[in-house]
Design a protein around this ligand. Structure first.
Ligand code: HEC
Length: 425
């Protein structure tokens, strides 16, 4: 309705419908595409076609109008108003209307030369790393077939304990790398899982196959976090990293050998810790279109929430996490109405969210195990329980908190962990 009124206003003020007042590629549309789409829709990137030239965009004008209006593109899952996140990819209603009108007027190009497409750097985004570690061998991704989830063991070969201030994942073959998560493996459990594999990798889906902390992640369009003064993550000498990569076939055989840039830092003076809110009690009957799980955590001291990484598999539909403050107010942390395993991400708040001691964080996830769910991997639907495999489900979120000192972060983490154990009996 709001959209309709807005259209009426625009056409009203312009005085004429369509014709010379229609939006033009050069003036109106290219800036939107360059700003919001070109990060993925350019040669060599993850999207199936480029949207840099007039010809490329014009021949897909009506498809572009459809997917932007439905907010399928650009892919961005969190609902507006439920967490204010850095680097949010979200077209304004005005931009969506412009694209609608452009497509409806047969995608005019406009006068003069096409605007210059943006330039992108394919090098390291946050500076020169202190150390670069690379997947031990090239991994072959066939032209088609199912997506693959692969864990690669990356030995750090450290000769002493270190502090990591940042990691940047750099995809090698961007046409097939759909997302990556970097796990810390202090007990070298990944090596056992990869035993016998020539390229040091093993198949993994919901996680690395063991309980592990997360060091970072990557997805198309993701901006890696720069080192922040005072924060770092300790890494013991014999630690390996395990990188989980989700490969999506591109239509041609591809090979990938991605790298990690490691940035060292000093011992932390501020505290940062990730805790997991989760419910493993998942038991979904086939046909159940509305299966709900809940979980809750109470903060043991004042803390600031820096970022949130929700996670589930294919059957999950909706995710909602709220903070209930001791004064009775509620702060929404994230709401994803249409979860898509393919577009998982770590969401960093623009401004850290202050949560006083005694804040109750509540999670509610809904799953659809009916045949009507197009993302259901089983036809017909089957009984699904908790687990890491494609055919299992999970329901959790990593919450990264900031505390005044490392010691307080440790206490915070331990208290959260103990209260969770008490809840789970
Ligand atoms: C973060 C990366 C990314 C961004 C940003 C992005 N796209 Fe896409 N787009 C993709 C990928 C990947 C696909 C292939 C389908 C999929 O995997 O979901 C796709 C598919 C499409 C399709 C084909 C849909 C279909 O049903 O065949 C259109 C049209 C499209 N994008 C338009 C856009 C437009 C317009 C924008 C900007 C407003 C945009 N995309 C931004 C990654 C992106």
């Amino acid at each position: 309705m709001r959209l309709l009124i807005f259209c009426a206003l625009i056409t009203g003020s312009a005085g004429v419908l369509g014709g010379s007042t229609a939006p033009k590629f050069n003036k109106d549309i290219a800036p939107i595409l360059y700003q919001n789409c070109a990060g993925c829709h350019r040669p060599g990137e993850v999207a199936p076609f480029s949207l840099l030239s007039y010809e490329d965009a014009a021949k897909r004008a009506s498809l572009i109008a459809t997917v932007t209006k439905a907010r399928i593109m650009p892919p961005w899952k969190p609902e507006l108003g439920y967490g204010d996140f850095k680097d949010a990819r979200r077209l304004t209603d005005e931009q969506i209307t412009l694209i609608q009108k452009w497509a409806a007027s047969h995608a005019p190009e406009g006068d003069g030369p096409n605007p210059t497409p943006p330039t992108f750097t394919n090098g390291w985004q946050i500076g020169r790393p202190d150390k670069v570690v690379t997947m031990p061998a090239k991994f072959s991704v066939p032209a088609d077939g199912p997506d693959q989830y692969r864990c690669f063991v990356i030995p750090m070969n450290l000769d002493k304990d270190v502090y990591i201030s940042a990691v940047e994942f750099r995809p090698d073959d961007r046409r097939v790398v759909h997302h990556a998560i970097v796990f810390i493996d202090p007990r070298r459990q990944g090596r056992k899982l990869a035993e016998g594999s020539p390229d040091g990798s093993y198949s993994c889906f919901g996680g690395p196959g063991f309980a592990a902390g997360m060091l970072g992640g990557w997805a198309p369009g993701f901006t890696p976090a720069k080192p922040v003064e005072g924060y770092s993550t300790p890494l013991a000498k014999d630690t390996d990293l395990v990188v989980q990569i989700h490969y999506h076939p591109s239509g041609k055989p591809e090979q990938d050998q991605s790298s990690l840039g490691i940035f060292y830092g000093d011992a932390p003076t501020r505290g940062r810790t990730s805790v997991i809110i989760s419910n493993r009690d998942i038991d979904i009957q086939p046909g159940d279109a509305h299966y709900l799980i809940k979980a809750a955590l109470t903060t043991p001291s004042d803390a600031e929430l820096l970022r949130i990484t929700p996670h589930a598999h294919y059957l999950c539909k909706e995710m909602k996490i709220d903070a209930h403050l001791p004064d009775g107010s509620v702060k929404p942390l994230i709401w994803i109405k249409d979860w898509d395993f393919n577009w998982q991400n770590t969401y960093t708040y623009k401004n850290p969210i202050a949560l006083p001691k005694g804040t109750r964080i509540e999670m509610e996830y809904t799953y659809d195990n009916s045949a009507a769910n197009p993302r259901n991997p089983a036809h017909p639907p089957v009984h699904v329980t908790y687990g890491e495999q494609t055919t299992d489900e999970m329901g959790l979120a990593f919450l990264t908190f900031s505390l005044p000192t490392p010691a307080e972060a440790l206490r915070f983490r331990q208290a959260m962990y103990l209260s969770k154990l008490a809840l789970e009996r």
